[in-house]
Design a protein around this ligand. Structure first.
Ligand SMILES: Nc1ncnc2c1ncn2[C@@H]1O[C@H](COP(=O)(O)OP(=O)(O)OP(=O)(O)O)[C@@H](O)[C@H]1O
Length: 262
């Protein structure tokens, strides 16, 4: 199980400061969800955690090793990222694309072995994408493509999985299927998961802990039941709403409107 730790991270784009001294600890095997309104820095934080965006100050450690001291491939063996957007997928078939996940771990000149193909098959099977293995990715629907992209990240077989809005484009059934799948893999493969989710009910249901960002700082963190409340809706999202427990014990958020105070 891998622990991911960000210490005092400041990061941005040129003179634009996005993250202002963020500390986040994700313990091995834990699922932490980053919350926050549009533009609050969630994607930037995920990219910092993936070693793809270099902080201006502070550092990120995976199992006590600084990402900045690891080679790109060594990072890829430890951390896989499902990004929010991907470049156009050209004419690759689903299998060819998912095999790219193995090259991320092996290097572009590395030969793929039977064991690599087993990983690819497992990723296709686990995401329910094996029926499209020989179809061009470009011919799939947005939701089907999203599941293929998850397969690509899983094929990397890294102990840390970072997911930037993994349920985008998915209908509600496939949203739950993907989140259930990630939770199953979290337990079966002892994955450490950091996700960005916009649906608060889902965030509460699937996360061990949540970290809410506001103006580039950690505004609140903890177990979801402690953190997600009406004050968080107002302070972090600027909406009036209620958070209540349904008869099955799950937290549900109901929104009444945009807050006048924020
Ligand atoms: N490449 C870039 N160049 C300049 N500014 C950027 C760039 N990428 C993001 N930003 C800015 O950084 C801030 C944080 O963006 P980020 O994508 O991290 O937010 P987010 O919380 O993930 O938002 P969303 O919920 O909309 O995905 C925003 O103000 C955004 O405009």
């Amino acid at each position: 199980m891998s622990e991911l730790r960000a210490e005092g991270v400041w990061a941005g784009f040129g003179s634009k400061v996005v993250l202002r001294g963020v500390d986040v600890v994700v313990r091995g095997g834990e699922w932490v969800t980053l919350l926050g309104c549009n533009g609050s820095g969630k994607t930037t934080m995920l990219r910092v955690l993936a070693g793809l965006h270099t902080p201006d100050q502070g550092r990120v450690l995976v199992d006590g090793e600084q990402l900045a001291h690891l080679r790109r491939r060594a990072v890829a063996r430890r951390i896989a990222l499902l990004p929010q957007t991907m470049p156009p997928l050209s004419g690759l078939t689903v299998r060819q694309l998912v095999r790219q996940g193995r090259y991320a771990a092996r290097g572009p000149l590395g030969m793929l072995t039977e064991a690599d193909d087993d990983e690819v098959r497992a990723a296709l099977r686990d995401t329910g994408t094996q029926d499209w293995a020989d179809s061009p990715v470009g011919q799939l629907s947005g939701g089907q493509r999203q599941r293929v992209r998850l397969a690509l990240a899983l094929a990397q077989d890294a102990p840390v999985l970072l997911l930037d809005e993994p349920t985008t484009y998915l209908d509600v059934r496939h949203q739950l299927e993907v989140l259930d799948l990630v939770r199953r893999l979290q337990h079966e493969r002892s994955l450490t998961v950091v996700a960005v989710l916009h649906d608060l009910t889902q965030a509460v249901r699937y996360s061990d802990r949540v970290v809410a960002l506001r103006d580039g700082r950690v505004h609140a963190e903890g177990v979801p039941q402690d953190v997600v409340d009406a004050a968080l809706l107002r302070e972090v999202y600027g909406v009036r709403g209620r958070v209540w427990q349904d008869e099955l014990g799950g937290l549900v958020c109901t929104f009444d409107g945009v807050s006048e105070t924020d």
